[in-house]
Design a protein around this ligand. Structure first.
Ligand code: ZN
Length: 373
């Protein structure tokens, strides 16, 4: 997609089409986006090595546009938080739809590599995610798209997934991984058209976990809801190294799982339209793209914005003239790549206007005490 088209697409207002407004929409966004942000913060502070937010993974939302049932892109927010502590973040998406919102957010930079496995085709939502879309400018080769056809089964999908992800991790050396586990890639999904069993889907989660790299796992799409619940239950077990019994124990939602009351979602008897030749050509193109990356990109030392912080008071109710001291953490061992000095938030600005004895030219002083500019 041309940059010009990307920008106009970026600002289109899609609210009301497939993104209905409903009661407590803002609170809904706060809960799922806050969950992903908190997950990232916990990984950054090493209070866990794997963080899960099944409510998150709304990968279609753009900075100025809701899209495909996604209002706020919690994944982008979570990755931005991880970038405060990690030089490189790898994003992997196994939802049946293209992870376009995340790809778009990081399309021009090399500090995030996005890898999306999705159904291809112009008529399938969104029609983006062509294998030739590989990123631009500094981000060239740091977006990977694996468009697949209907009916892909466990064996074909997991083989391709493992081959590509192993090479990506070896080449890119990510400091953290974000894994979007959309369950609409399962067989029998109302919108999807792949033929994965829960075991096949969970095999991808198991494979990523084995790298022992800080891991943020989210949900995503999924439109046969009992199968979504089963899938993420099994994958929670995988992430906890716990095998769950196939029989679902009695609970208030048990009737959703009739008639067999088991965790298994078997494959369908459907044709796999992904021929060996097609999958092989996909693999060859991705490997070629990865070979263009000479080595894992480094980062320069810069000031990093403070940690994401939720005040325990309502900022709107504060007296705007009253100063409130908020914690400020400044790190210099990793870089903040995306917005440079413009990313300073309000709290940073509060800190910057502390000095009455220094002359500031414009809004920000470029003369930093540590010599950075
Ligand atoms: Zn989806």
């Amino acid at each position: 997609m041309l940059e010009k088209d990307r920008i106009s697409y970026f600002y289109d207002d899609n609210l009301g089409e497939d993104c209905p407004v409903f009661d407590n929409l803002f609170e809904f966004c706060q809960i799922y986006a806050g969950g992903t942000l908190d997950a990232a913060r916990r990984l950054n502070h090493k209070t866990c090595d794997i963080a899960i937010n099944w409510a998150g993974g709304l990968h279609h939302a753009k900075k100025c546009e809701a899209s495909g049932f996604c209002y706020i892109n919690d994944l982008v927010l979570g990755i931005l938080e991880l970038l405060k502590y990690h030089a490189r973040v790898l994003y992997i998406d196994i939802d049946v739809h293209h992870g376009d919102g995340v790809e778009e957010a990081f399309y021009f930079i090399d500090r995030v590599m996005t890898v999306s496995f999705h159904k291809s085709g112009d008529l399938f939502f969104l029609g983006t995610g062509d294998i030739k879309d590989i990123g631009e400018r500094e981000g060239k080769y740091y977006a990977i798209n694996i468009p697949l056809k209907d009916g892909i089964d466990d064996a074909s999908f997991t083989r391709l997934f493992k081959t590509i992800i192993a090479k990506v991790v070896e080449t890119y050396l990510p400091g953290a991984i974000v894994l979007q586990c959309g369950a609409d890639s399962l067989a029998r999904d109302r919108l999807g058209c792949f033929n994965l069993s829960i075991e096949g889907h969970a095999e991808c989660v198991k494979f990523v976990k084995k790298f022992n790299i800080p891991l943020l796992v989210t949900g995503g799409g999924g439109y046969t809801k009992e199968n979504v619940a089963k899938c993420w239950a099994v994958e929670t077990g995988v992430l906890l190294d716990t095998e769950l019994p196939n029989e679902i124990p009695n609970n208030e939602y048990i009737e959703y799982f009739a008639p067999d009351y088991t965790l298994k979602v078997p494959n369908l008897n459907m044709d796999n339209l992904n021929s060996k030749t097609y999958l092989s050509s996909i693999k060859v193109q991705v490997m070629e793209s990865l070979r263009s990356i000479q080595h894992a990109p480094g980062v320069q030392m810069q000031e990093v914005p403070p940690d994401f912080y939720i005040p325990d008071f309502d900022e709107d109710e504060l007296d705007p003239d009253e100063r409130v001291d908020l914690p400020l953490f400044t790190r210099y061992n990793t870089a903040w790549p995306l917005a440079g000095s413009t990313c300073h938030n309000k709290h940073t600005q509060d800190k910057q206007i502390h000095r009455d004895d220094e002359y500031y030219e414009g809004d920000n002083d470029n003369d930093h005490d540590d010599g950075t500019r």
